[in-house]
Design a binder for this molecule. Structure first.
Ligand SMILES: Nc1ncnc2c1ncn2[C@@H]1O[C@H](COP(=O)(O)OP(=O)(O)OP(=O)(O)O)[C@@H](O)[C@H]1O
Length: 274
């Protein structure tokens, strides 16, 4: 029996930040192994990413969190020596199937990176670029609407509505990260992957982005890599603990942090290593 199945039969307690526990797996990983050349970075990862939940991936440096995250929208395809085996599905469809259009997949499964990386263009263009190349709009008015709603969803509209023509790179770090979230949201993704989205932000900007993650969960499935256990506890409903390329334990965030079943998880969350 996989770690996932074991843990899903576990606690029926609902963590405080879970209004309605999800019962639908949006993405599934089955026996996922990842190799960089000869070196194996992930070993038989089995996980169900539940719809409209935030799943946190935690674990010590080098344990494979980012590698797994990048498998979920095939970002590892750009690494020549990287090979992925096993199966990863989105709504039941194999995302590694030959017929899959990777550009379309990455629109459905968007990504926000560690360091805010706005394009060297205006705030408006940062958001408008994706919808335009994906053909999501037929008119300037529709595009304006997408830019506005994306910025509203990212909690940035009020701060930038009077300076949409100014460079995105001129915003503060926290605003830039919310701009990147707005950019991801603009192409109407179903899943948003976040790789340590707050690591370059100060505590106030971090709190704003965490609030945003909380709100985005209503409409999106979110997977976040974080080094901060406090952040995982604050924002996520499910937590997956990785160690040396293995998914050691996966379950309700509250259970992982209060009653971990594996002694490696216990060791990590109590600060004995990592
Ligand atoms: N492009 C790459 N080429 C070769 N090896 C890689 C590459 N990317 C990651 N690795 C290796 O794969 C393993 C997992 O790395 P990964 O970045 O996924 O870990 P992580 O848990 O996200 O670490 P961190 O918390 O430090 O970001 C490490 O041993 C790393 O050195």
């Amino acid at each position: 029996m996989s770690a996932v199945e074991t843990n899903f039969q576990g606690s029926t307690e609902v963590p405080p930040n879970t209004a309605v526990p999800s019962t639908v797996a949006k993405m599934r990983g089955r026996d996922v192994c990842v190799f960089y050349g000869e070196k194996q970075a992930l070993f038989d990862v089995n996980i169900d990413i539940m719809e409209q939940e935030v799943t946190a991936l935690i674990g010590p440096s080098g344990c494979g969190k980012s590698t797994f995250l990048r498998c979920l929208n095939r970002m590892n395809d750009v690494v020549d020596i990287c090979r992925v085996t096993g199966a990863i599905t989105l709504d039941g469809g194999d995302i590694y199937d030959r017929s899959v259009d990777v550009v379309h997949l990455r629109a459905r499964v968007g990504m926000v990176f560690q360091k805010p990386n706005p394009f060297p263009k205006s705030i408006y263009e940062n958001i408008a670029y994706g919808p335009r190349i994906h053909g999501l709009t037929r008119s300037k008015a529709e595009l304006d609407e997408i830019v506005e709603t994306s910025l509203i969803k990212a909690g940035l509209w009020k701060e930038v509505k009077d300076r949409l023509d100014q460079p995105g790179t001129g915003l503060s770090g926290g605003q830039q990260q919310r701009l990147c979230i707005a950019r991801a949201v603009a192409v109407q993704p179903e899943v948003i992957l976040m790789d340590e989205p707050c690591s370059a932000l100060d505590p106030i900007a971090t709190a704003t982005v965490e609030d945003l993650i909380h709100e985005l969960r209503e409409n999106y499935t979110i997977v976040i890599v974080t080094h901060s256990m406090q952040q995982a506890a604050r924002v996520s409903q499910k937590t997956a603990f990785f160690h040396l390329g293995n998914l050691v334990e996966y379950g309700e965030t509250e259970q992982i942090f209060t009653n971990p079943k594996d002694e490696r998880t216990q060791g990590y969350i109590t600060g004995r290593f990592g």
